[in-house]
Design a binder for this molecule. Structure first.
Ligand code: GDG
Length: 489
Protein backbone atom coordinates (compact mmCIF):
# COMPACT_ATOMS: atom_id res chain seq x y z
CA UNK A 1 0.00 0.00 0.00
CA UNK A 2 1.27 3.49 -0.80
CA UNK A 3 0.08 6.57 0.93
CA UNK A 4 -0.53 9.76 -0.97
CA UNK A 5 2.65 11.84 -1.37
CA UNK A 6 1.06 14.44 0.87
CA UNK A 7 1.67 12.10 3.77
CA UNK A 8 5.36 12.83 3.35
CA UNK A 9 5.03 16.53 2.98
CA UNK A 10 5.08 17.65 6.60
CA UNK A 11 3.12 20.86 6.98
CA UNK A 12 1.41 20.65 3.59
CA UNK A 13 -1.54 18.30 3.20
CA UNK A 14 -3.10 16.00 5.79
CA UNK A 15 -0.90 14.47 8.51
CA UNK A 16 0.42 10.99 7.75
CA UNK A 17 -2.00 8.26 8.82
CA UNK A 18 0.64 5.63 9.16
CA UNK A 19 4.40 5.59 9.15
CA UNK A 20 4.51 3.01 6.37
CA UNK A 21 5.14 4.53 2.98
CA UNK A 22 6.18 1.61 0.85
CA UNK A 23 5.51 -2.11 1.08
CA UNK A 24 8.47 -4.37 1.79
CA UNK A 25 9.69 -5.97 -1.41
CA UNK A 26 9.05 -9.67 -0.93
CA UNK A 27 10.44 -10.62 -4.30
CA UNK A 28 12.73 -8.61 -6.48
CA UNK A 29 12.68 -8.71 -10.23
CA UNK A 30 16.47 -8.85 -10.33
CA UNK A 31 17.68 -12.46 -9.81
CA UNK A 32 19.48 -12.89 -6.48
CA UNK A 33 22.67 -13.94 -8.28
CA UNK A 34 22.80 -10.56 -9.98
CA UNK A 35 22.28 -8.55 -6.84
CA UNK A 36 25.22 -6.81 -5.13
CA UNK A 37 26.56 -6.93 -1.59
CA UNK A 38 27.49 -3.25 -1.83
CA UNK A 39 25.45 -0.60 -3.60
CA UNK A 40 26.32 3.09 -3.89
CA UNK A 41 23.41 5.44 -4.45
CA UNK A 42 24.38 8.93 -5.59
CA UNK A 43 22.76 11.69 -7.58
CA UNK A 44 25.05 11.02 -10.53
CA UNK A 45 26.71 7.91 -11.93
CA UNK A 46 30.51 7.57 -11.63
CA UNK A 47 30.81 7.73 -15.43
CA UNK A 48 30.00 10.25 -18.12
CA UNK A 49 29.67 10.03 -21.87
CA UNK A 50 32.81 10.87 -23.77
CA UNK A 51 33.89 10.63 -27.35
CA UNK A 52 36.79 8.23 -27.81
CA UNK A 53 38.16 7.75 -31.36
CA UNK A 54 35.04 9.25 -32.88
CA UNK A 55 32.74 6.97 -30.90
CA UNK A 56 30.62 7.86 -27.90
CA UNK A 57 31.49 5.73 -24.87
CA UNK A 58 31.65 6.01 -21.08
CA UNK A 59 34.59 7.36 -19.12
CA UNK A 60 35.08 7.62 -15.37
CA UNK A 61 33.97 11.02 -14.06
CA UNK A 62 36.68 13.13 -12.42
CA UNK A 63 36.60 13.76 -8.69
CA UNK A 64 37.77 12.26 -5.44
CA UNK A 65 34.53 10.55 -4.49
CA UNK A 66 34.48 8.45 -7.65
CA UNK A 67 38.16 7.59 -7.51
CA UNK A 68 37.88 6.58 -3.83
CA UNK A 69 34.73 4.51 -4.13
CA UNK A 70 35.37 2.84 -7.48
CA UNK A 71 38.02 0.34 -6.30
CA UNK A 72 35.94 -0.58 -3.25
CA UNK A 73 32.78 -1.10 -5.31
CA UNK A 74 34.74 -3.06 -7.93
CA UNK A 75 36.28 -5.33 -5.32
CA UNK A 76 32.89 -6.01 -3.75
CA UNK A 77 31.37 -6.78 -7.18
CA UNK A 78 29.16 -3.85 -6.39
CA UNK A 79 26.84 -1.60 -8.27
CA UNK A 80 26.26 2.15 -8.52
CA UNK A 81 22.78 3.60 -8.83
CA UNK A 82 22.64 7.16 -10.19
CA UNK A 83 21.48 9.60 -12.81
CA UNK A 84 23.33 10.33 -16.07
CA UNK A 85 22.67 14.06 -15.68
CA UNK A 86 20.43 14.23 -18.76
CA UNK A 87 16.64 14.56 -18.69
CA UNK A 88 14.87 11.30 -19.58
CA UNK A 89 18.22 9.67 -20.21
CA UNK A 90 18.24 6.13 -18.83
CA UNK A 91 20.36 3.64 -20.74
CA UNK A 92 20.02 -0.02 -19.78
CA UNK A 93 22.30 -1.10 -16.88
CA UNK A 94 25.86 -1.46 -18.16
CA UNK A 95 29.25 -2.46 -16.84
CA UNK A 96 32.14 -0.05 -16.94
CA UNK A 97 35.49 -1.15 -15.52
CA UNK A 98 33.77 -3.92 -13.55
CA UNK A 99 31.18 -1.71 -11.92
CA UNK A 100 27.53 -2.20 -12.77
CA UNK A 101 26.04 1.22 -13.52
CA UNK A 102 22.29 1.44 -13.06
CA UNK A 103 20.86 4.65 -14.48
CA UNK A 104 17.75 6.09 -12.84
CA UNK A 105 15.54 8.11 -15.21
CA UNK A 106 14.69 11.68 -14.24
CA UNK A 107 12.20 13.56 -16.40
CA UNK A 108 12.58 17.14 -17.51
CA UNK A 109 9.85 18.26 -15.10
CA UNK A 110 11.66 16.45 -12.28
CA UNK A 111 14.99 18.03 -13.18
CA UNK A 112 13.34 21.43 -12.84
CA UNK A 113 11.37 20.64 -9.66
CA UNK A 114 13.64 18.27 -7.79
CA UNK A 115 17.19 19.03 -8.94
CA UNK A 116 17.15 22.73 -9.81
CA UNK A 117 14.32 23.57 -7.43
CA UNK A 118 14.30 21.55 -4.22
CA UNK A 119 17.99 20.54 -4.27
CA UNK A 120 19.73 23.63 -5.56
CA UNK A 121 17.34 26.47 -4.71
CA UNK A 122 15.91 25.23 -1.38
CA UNK A 123 18.24 22.77 0.34
CA UNK A 124 21.58 24.12 -0.94
CA UNK A 125 21.12 27.70 0.31
CA UNK A 126 19.29 26.59 3.50
CA UNK A 127 22.07 24.18 4.49
CA UNK A 128 24.71 26.81 3.64
CA UNK A 129 23.73 29.23 6.35
CA UNK A 130 21.01 30.79 4.13
CA UNK A 131 23.73 32.96 2.58
CA UNK A 132 21.18 33.46 -0.20
CA UNK A 133 17.46 33.20 0.61
CA UNK A 134 16.19 29.62 0.19
CA UNK A 135 13.00 29.33 -1.86
CA UNK A 136 10.19 27.11 -0.61
CA UNK A 137 7.91 26.16 -3.47
CA UNK A 138 5.33 23.51 -2.74
CA UNK A 139 5.37 22.22 -6.31
CA UNK A 140 9.06 21.29 -5.95
CA UNK A 141 8.40 18.84 -3.13
CA UNK A 142 6.50 16.12 -4.98
CA UNK A 143 9.14 15.77 -7.72
CA UNK A 144 11.78 15.46 -4.96
CA UNK A 145 9.78 12.66 -3.32
CA UNK A 146 9.20 10.94 -6.66
CA UNK A 147 12.89 11.02 -7.63
CA UNK A 148 13.94 9.77 -4.17
CA UNK A 149 11.44 6.94 -4.43
CA UNK A 150 12.77 5.87 -7.81
CA UNK A 151 16.33 5.77 -6.45
CA UNK A 152 15.17 3.83 -3.38
CA UNK A 153 13.29 1.29 -5.47
CA UNK A 154 16.26 0.74 -7.74
CA UNK A 155 18.61 0.33 -4.77
CA UNK A 156 16.12 -2.12 -3.20
CA UNK A 157 16.06 -4.23 -6.37
CA UNK A 158 19.84 -4.29 -6.73
CA UNK A 159 20.94 -5.13 -3.19
CA UNK A 160 21.62 -8.71 -2.09
CA UNK A 161 20.01 -10.14 1.03
CA UNK A 162 21.65 -8.49 4.05
CA UNK A 163 23.78 -6.27 1.76
CA UNK A 164 25.02 -2.73 2.36
CA UNK A 165 23.85 0.46 0.71
CA UNK A 166 25.68 3.79 0.92
CA UNK A 167 23.59 6.83 -0.01
CA UNK A 168 25.28 10.13 -0.87
CA UNK A 169 24.20 13.69 -0.22
CA UNK A 170 21.29 16.08 0.03
CA UNK A 171 19.60 15.09 -3.21
CA UNK A 172 18.61 11.74 -1.66
CA UNK A 173 17.66 12.41 1.96
CA UNK A 174 14.40 10.44 1.78
CA UNK A 175 16.05 7.32 0.38
CA UNK A 176 17.22 5.81 3.71
CA UNK A 177 13.70 5.52 5.11
CA UNK A 178 12.15 4.43 1.82
CA UNK A 179 14.82 1.77 1.46
CA UNK A 180 14.29 0.53 5.01
CA UNK A 181 10.60 0.09 4.32
CA UNK A 182 11.26 -1.77 1.09
CA UNK A 183 14.20 -3.82 2.36
CA UNK A 184 14.37 -4.03 6.15
CA UNK A 185 17.15 -6.63 5.82
CA UNK A 186 19.83 -4.32 4.34
CA UNK A 187 22.03 -1.96 6.31
CA UNK A 188 22.31 1.53 4.96
CA UNK A 189 24.48 4.57 5.51
CA UNK A 190 24.00 8.18 4.49
CA UNK A 191 26.75 10.77 4.04
CA UNK A 192 26.05 14.48 3.72
CA UNK A 193 28.71 16.33 1.71
CA UNK A 194 27.44 19.78 2.64
CA UNK A 195 27.01 21.30 6.13
CA UNK A 196 24.07 20.25 8.27
CA UNK A 197 22.56 23.53 9.45
CA UNK A 198 21.83 24.65 13.01
CA UNK A 199 18.34 23.72 14.21
CA UNK A 200 17.11 27.35 13.95
CA UNK A 201 17.67 27.27 10.20
CA UNK A 202 16.56 23.70 9.53
CA UNK A 203 13.22 24.29 11.22
CA UNK A 204 12.27 26.76 8.48
CA UNK A 205 12.00 23.89 6.01
CA UNK A 206 8.30 23.20 5.37
CA UNK A 207 9.12 19.50 4.92
CA UNK A 208 11.44 19.30 7.92
CA UNK A 209 9.86 16.28 9.52
CA UNK A 210 9.77 14.22 6.35
CA UNK A 211 13.44 15.01 5.66
CA UNK A 212 14.51 14.19 9.21
CA UNK A 213 12.56 10.94 9.25
CA UNK A 214 13.93 10.15 5.81
CA UNK A 215 17.50 10.40 7.11
CA UNK A 216 16.72 8.42 10.26
CA UNK A 217 16.01 5.41 8.07
CA UNK A 218 19.78 4.90 7.84
CA UNK A 219 21.89 2.88 10.28
CA UNK A 220 24.82 5.29 10.03
CA UNK A 221 24.52 9.01 9.29
CA UNK A 222 27.80 10.74 8.53
CA UNK A 223 28.64 14.44 8.45
CA UNK A 224 31.76 16.35 7.44
CA UNK A 225 32.35 17.80 10.92
CA UNK A 226 31.41 17.22 14.56
CA UNK A 227 29.35 20.44 14.33
CA UNK A 228 27.14 18.88 11.64
CA UNK A 229 26.62 15.75 13.74
CA UNK A 230 25.83 17.91 16.77
CA UNK A 231 23.26 19.99 14.83
CA UNK A 232 21.57 16.84 13.59
CA UNK A 233 21.44 15.15 16.99
CA UNK A 234 20.00 18.25 18.61
CA UNK A 235 17.37 18.51 15.91
CA UNK A 236 16.33 14.87 16.23
CA UNK A 237 16.00 15.33 19.97
CA UNK A 238 13.86 18.46 19.63
CA UNK A 239 11.71 17.68 16.62
CA UNK A 240 10.81 14.03 17.06
CA UNK A 241 12.10 13.11 20.47
CA UNK A 242 14.63 10.63 19.22
CA UNK A 243 16.92 9.95 22.17
CA UNK A 244 20.58 10.90 21.74
CA UNK A 245 22.99 8.58 23.59
CA UNK A 246 26.61 9.56 22.94
CA UNK A 247 27.35 8.82 19.30
CA UNK A 248 24.01 7.16 18.66
CA UNK A 249 20.39 8.18 18.43
CA UNK A 250 17.74 5.78 19.64
CA UNK A 251 14.71 5.99 17.38
CA UNK A 252 11.79 3.59 16.98
CA UNK A 253 13.70 0.83 18.73
CA UNK A 254 16.83 1.17 16.58
CA UNK A 255 20.24 2.60 17.40
CA UNK A 256 21.45 4.92 14.66
CA UNK A 257 25.11 5.93 14.62
CA UNK A 258 25.64 9.64 14.00
CA UNK A 259 29.15 10.99 13.59
CA UNK A 260 31.76 13.03 11.76
CA UNK A 261 33.50 11.36 8.81
CA UNK A 262 35.52 14.20 7.25
CA UNK A 263 36.08 13.55 3.55
CA UNK A 264 39.54 13.90 2.07
CA UNK A 265 41.40 13.68 -1.24
CA UNK A 266 43.43 11.09 -3.10
CA UNK A 267 46.56 12.50 -1.47
CA UNK A 268 49.07 10.36 -3.40
CA UNK A 269 47.55 11.37 -6.71
CA UNK A 270 48.17 15.06 -5.92
CA UNK A 271 51.63 14.49 -4.47
CA UNK A 272 52.63 12.41 -7.51
CA UNK A 273 51.21 14.99 -9.90
CA UNK A 274 53.38 17.60 -8.16
CA UNK A 275 56.42 15.49 -9.14
CA UNK A 276 55.38 14.96 -12.76
CA UNK A 277 57.99 16.48 -15.15
CA UNK A 278 55.28 17.67 -17.58
CA UNK A 279 53.38 19.46 -14.83
CA UNK A 280 56.55 20.99 -13.42
CA UNK A 281 57.46 22.24 -16.87
CA UNK A 282 54.04 23.82 -17.19
CA UNK A 283 54.49 25.40 -13.76
CA UNK A 284 57.76 26.92 -15.00
CA UNK A 285 55.88 28.49 -17.91
CA UNK A 286 53.26 29.87 -15.52
CA UNK A 287 56.03 31.58 -13.56
CA UNK A 288 55.96 34.18 -16.37
CA UNK A 289 52.86 35.49 -14.67
CA UNK A 290 54.94 36.46 -11.71
CA UNK A 291 57.14 39.31 -12.90
CA UNK A 292 58.48 39.81 -9.43
CA UNK A 293 55.06 39.57 -7.82
CA UNK A 294 53.58 37.08 -5.37
CA UNK A 295 50.98 34.83 -6.92
CA UNK A 296 47.73 34.59 -4.98
CA UNK A 297 45.43 31.81 -6.22
CA UNK A 298 41.76 30.93 -5.72
CA UNK A 299 39.91 28.01 -7.34
CA UNK A 300 36.18 27.56 -6.86
CA UNK A 301 32.99 26.54 -8.54
CA UNK A 302 31.23 29.79 -9.40
CA UNK A 303 28.92 29.41 -6.40
CA UNK A 304 27.70 32.07 -3.96
CA UNK A 305 28.76 29.95 -0.97
CA UNK A 306 32.42 30.23 -1.99
CA UNK A 307 32.76 33.92 -1.08
CA UNK A 308 34.39 34.94 -4.38
CA UNK A 309 32.90 38.43 -4.40
CA UNK A 310 33.93 39.32 -0.84
CA UNK A 311 37.40 37.92 -1.47
CA UNK A 312 37.82 40.17 -4.52
CA UNK A 313 36.73 43.11 -2.38
CA UNK A 314 39.38 42.17 0.17
CA UNK A 315 42.03 42.05 -2.56
CA UNK A 316 40.86 45.47 -3.76
CA UNK A 317 41.16 46.75 -0.18
CA UNK A 318 44.66 45.28 0.10
CA UNK A 319 45.73 46.87 -3.20
CA UNK A 320 44.51 50.19 -1.84
CA UNK A 321 46.93 50.08 1.12
CA UNK A 322 49.48 52.89 1.02
CA UNK A 323 52.39 50.48 1.14
CA UNK A 324 51.02 48.14 -1.57
CA UNK A 325 50.73 48.22 -5.34
CA UNK A 326 50.01 45.95 -8.28
CA UNK A 327 53.75 45.30 -8.46
CA UNK A 328 53.48 43.26 -5.23
CA UNK A 329 50.95 40.56 -6.13
CA UNK A 330 48.73 39.20 -8.84
CA UNK A 331 45.51 37.41 -8.01
CA UNK A 332 44.50 34.43 -10.14
CA UNK A 333 40.83 33.46 -9.78
CA UNK A 334 39.72 30.24 -11.47
CA UNK A 335 35.92 30.08 -11.44
CA UNK A 336 34.34 26.91 -12.78
CA UNK A 337 30.90 27.50 -14.36
CA UNK A 338 28.16 25.93 -12.25
CA UNK A 339 24.32 25.72 -12.17
CA UNK A 340 24.07 28.40 -14.80
CA UNK A 341 20.32 28.08 -15.28
CA UNK A 342 19.59 29.27 -11.73
CA UNK A 343 19.15 33.04 -11.46
CA UNK A 344 21.19 33.45 -8.22
CA UNK A 345 24.16 31.99 -10.07
CA UNK A 346 23.68 34.36 -12.99
CA UNK A 347 23.59 37.29 -10.56
CA UNK A 348 26.74 36.08 -8.82
CA UNK A 349 28.59 35.77 -12.13
CA UNK A 350 27.61 39.31 -13.04
CA UNK A 351 28.75 40.65 -9.63
CA UNK A 352 32.07 38.80 -9.76
CA UNK A 353 32.81 39.91 -13.30
CA UNK A 354 31.92 43.50 -12.47
CA UNK A 355 34.33 43.43 -9.55
CA UNK A 356 37.14 41.95 -11.66
CA UNK A 357 36.50 44.69 -14.22
CA UNK A 358 36.47 47.33 -11.51
CA UNK A 359 39.77 46.21 -9.97
CA UNK A 360 41.55 45.84 -13.30
CA UNK A 361 40.07 49.11 -14.55
CA UNK A 362 41.08 51.05 -11.45
CA UNK A 363 44.50 49.56 -10.81
CA UNK A 364 45.69 47.93 -14.06
CA UNK A 365 48.51 49.40 -16.10
CA UNK A 366 49.62 48.61 -19.61
CA UNK A 367 50.74 44.99 -19.50
CA UNK A 368 50.09 44.61 -15.74
CA UNK A 369 46.71 43.19 -14.73
CA UNK A 370 46.06 42.74 -11.00
CA UNK A 371 43.35 40.04 -11.34
CA UNK A 372 43.62 37.21 -13.84
CA UNK A 373 40.16 35.70 -14.09
CA UNK A 374 39.51 32.36 -15.79
CA UNK A 375 35.88 31.25 -16.02
CA UNK A 376 36.45 27.69 -17.11
CA UNK A 377 37.24 24.19 -15.92
CA UNK A 378 41.00 23.70 -16.20
CA UNK A 379 42.51 20.33 -17.14
CA UNK A 380 43.78 18.51 -14.03
CA UNK A 381 47.45 19.04 -15.03
CA UNK A 382 46.93 22.77 -15.44
CA UNK A 383 45.20 22.98 -12.05
CA UNK A 384 48.17 21.31 -10.35
CA UNK A 385 50.62 23.60 -12.18
CA UNK A 386 48.69 26.56 -10.74
CA UNK A 387 48.86 25.03 -7.24
CA UNK A 388 52.63 24.70 -7.68
CA UNK A 389 53.24 28.36 -8.55
CA UNK A 390 50.85 29.85 -5.98
CA UNK A 391 52.63 31.54 -3.06
CA UNK A 392 49.31 32.07 -1.33
CA UNK A 393 46.12 30.03 -1.71
CA UNK A 394 42.99 31.93 -0.69
CA UNK A 395 40.12 29.60 0.22
CA UNK A 396 37.44 31.75 1.79
CA UNK A 397 33.96 30.22 1.47
CA UNK A 398 31.15 31.74 3.55
CA UNK A 399 30.10 28.20 4.38
CA UNK A 400 31.42 24.90 2.99
CA UNK A 401 30.99 21.24 3.93
CA UNK A 402 34.70 20.51 3.64
CA UNK A 403 36.47 22.22 0.69
CA UNK A 404 38.81 19.89 -1.11
CA UNK A 405 40.73 22.63 -2.91
CA UNK A 406 42.37 23.55 0.41
CA UNK A 407 43.52 19.96 0.95
CA UNK A 408 44.67 19.58 -2.66
CA UNK A 409 46.87 22.69 -2.44
CA UNK A 410 48.46 21.37 0.75
CA UNK A 411 49.05 17.92 -0.79
CA UNK A 412 51.05 19.42 -3.69
CA UNK A 413 53.37 21.55 -1.51
CA UNK A 414 56.10 18.94 -1.26
CA UNK A 415 58.68 21.49 -0.13
CA UNK A 416 56.46 22.76 2.67
CA UNK A 417 56.33 26.24 1.23
CA UNK A 418 53.25 28.26 0.29
CA UNK A 419 50.62 29.77 2.59
CA UNK A 420 47.02 28.60 2.94
CA UNK A 421 44.47 31.23 3.97
CA UNK A 422 41.34 29.35 4.99
CA UNK A 423 37.84 30.38 6.01
CA UNK A 424 36.80 29.48 9.54
CA UNK A 425 33.54 28.32 7.97
CA UNK A 426 34.99 25.62 5.73
CA UNK A 427 34.77 22.11 7.21
CA UNK A 428 38.49 21.79 6.44
CA UNK A 429 39.28 24.40 9.11
CA UNK A 430 38.50 21.83 11.82
CA UNK A 431 41.37 19.68 10.51
CA UNK A 432 43.77 22.40 9.35
CA UNK A 433 44.17 24.80 12.29
CA UNK A 434 47.68 25.63 11.02
CA UNK A 435 46.25 27.55 8.07
CA UNK A 436 45.83 31.32 8.45
CA UNK A 437 42.19 31.19 9.49
CA UNK A 438 39.96 34.08 8.57
CA UNK A 439 36.35 35.26 8.84
CA UNK A 440 35.27 35.55 5.18
CA UNK A 441 32.48 38.02 6.02
CA UNK A 442 35.03 40.50 7.38
CA UNK A 443 36.59 42.23 4.38
CA UNK A 444 39.06 44.20 6.52
CA UNK A 445 40.22 41.06 8.29
CA UNK A 446 40.67 39.31 4.95
CA UNK A 447 42.73 42.21 3.58
CA UNK A 448 44.86 42.08 6.74
CA UNK A 449 45.29 38.30 6.36
CA UNK A 450 46.39 38.72 2.73
CA UNK A 451 49.07 41.08 4.05
CA UNK A 452 50.01 38.56 6.74
CA UNK A 453 50.21 35.80 4.11
CA UNK A 454 52.46 37.69 1.69
CA UNK A 455 54.82 38.69 4.50
CA UNK A 456 54.77 35.46 6.54
CA UNK A 457 58.11 34.43 7.98
CA UNK A 458 59.22 31.45 5.79
CA UNK A 459 60.09 29.35 8.84
CA UNK A 460 56.65 29.87 10.35
CA UNK A 461 55.08 29.13 6.93
CA UNK A 462 57.06 25.95 6.55
CA UNK A 463 56.14 24.71 10.01
CA UNK A 464 52.48 25.32 9.29
CA UNK A 465 52.54 23.65 5.87
CA UNK A 466 54.39 20.64 7.22
CA UNK A 467 51.76 20.11 9.91
CA UNK A 468 48.94 20.43 7.37
CA UNK A 469 50.59 18.11 4.89
CA UNK A 470 50.86 15.49 7.60
CA UNK A 471 47.10 15.75 8.18
CA UNK A 472 46.24 15.12 4.51
CA UNK A 473 48.93 12.45 4.23
CA UNK A 474 47.52 10.49 7.15
CA UNK A 475 43.88 10.79 6.15
CA UNK A 476 43.16 10.35 2.46
CA UNK A 477 39.83 9.73 0.76
CA UNK A 478 40.64 6.02 0.74
CA UNK A 479 40.68 5.88 4.57
CA UNK A 480 37.49 7.96 4.61
CA UNK A 481 35.62 5.52 2.36
CA UNK A 482 36.97 2.44 4.14
CA UNK A 483 36.03 3.81 7.58
CA UNK A 484 32.50 4.62 6.53
CA UNK A 485 31.88 1.26 4.89
CA UNK A 486 33.34 -0.50 7.91
CA UNK A 487 30.86 1.35 10.12
CA UNK A 488 28.07 -0.15 8.01
CA UNK A 489 28.09 -3.62 9.46
C1 GDG B 1 31.00 19.55 -2.32
C2 GDG B 1 30.94 20.38 -1.02
C3 GDG B 1 32.92 19.12 -0.17
C4 GDG B 1 37.76 22.96 -9.20
N1 GDG B 1 38.12 23.68 -10.25
C5 GDG B 1 38.69 22.85 -11.13
C6 GDG B 1 38.67 21.58 -10.60
N2 GDG B 1 38.07 21.66 -9.40
C7 GDG B 1 37.87 20.54 -8.47
C8 GDG B 1 38.74 20.72 -7.27
C9 GDG B 1 37.99 19.91 -6.21
C10 GDG B 1 36.54 20.02 -6.66
O1 GDG B 1 36.54 20.50 -8.00
C11 GDG B 1 35.77 21.01 -5.82
O2 GDG B 1 35.54 20.44 -4.56
P1 GDG B 1 35.18 21.33 -3.28
O3 GDG B 1 35.26 20.48 -2.08
O4 GDG B 1 36.11 22.49 -3.23
O5 GDG B 1 33.71 21.91 -3.52
P2 GDG B 1 32.25 21.40 -4.06
O6 GDG B 1 32.26 21.18 -5.52
O7 GDG B 1 31.32 22.46 -3.60
O8 GDG B 1 31.94 20.01 -3.31
C12 GDG B 1 32.33 20.51 -0.42
C13 GDG B 1 32.82 18.25 -1.40
O9 GDG B 1 31.48 18.22 -1.92
C14 GDG B 1 33.23 16.80 -1.11
O10 GDG B 1 32.49 16.26 -0.06
O11 GDG B 1 34.28 19.27 0.17
O12 GDG B 1 32.26 21.22 0.80
O13 GDG B 1 30.38 21.67 -1.29
O14 GDG B 1 38.39 18.57 -6.26
O15 GDG B 1 40.03 20.28 -7.59
N3 GDG B 1 39.17 20.49 -11.22
C15 GDG B 1 39.72 20.70 -12.45
N4 GDG B 1 39.75 21.94 -13.05
C16 GDG B 1 39.26 23.02 -12.42
O16 GDG B 1 39.28 24.12 -13.00
N5 GDG B 1 40.25 19.66 -13.11
Amino acid sequence: MRLAEDALSGSHGPPPRSLTILEPMASQNVPAAQQSELVIVANTLPVRREEVDGELGWAQSPGGLVSALSPIVREAGGCWVGWTGGADDAPEPFRHEDILNVAVPVSEVEVAGSYQGMCNSTLWPLYHDAVRPPEYHRHWWNPYVAVNRRFAEEAARRTALGGRVWIQDYHLQLVPRMLRELRPDVSSGFFLHIPFPPIELFLRLPWRRAVLEGLLGADVIGFQTPAGAYNFTRLADRLIEAEPQGETIRYQGRDIRVGAFPISIDTDRYANAALSPEIRERAEQLQQLRRGRKIILSVDRLDYTKGIDLRLKAFLEWLGREDRSIRDAVMVQVAVPSRERISEYQILRRDVEELVGQINGEYGELGVVPVQYFRRNLPFEELIAFYLVADVMLVTPLCDGMNLVAKEYVATRLEDDGVLVLSEFAGAAAELPDALLVNPHDVNAMAATIEQAVTLDPEDGSRRMKAMREVVRRHSVHEWAAQFIEALV
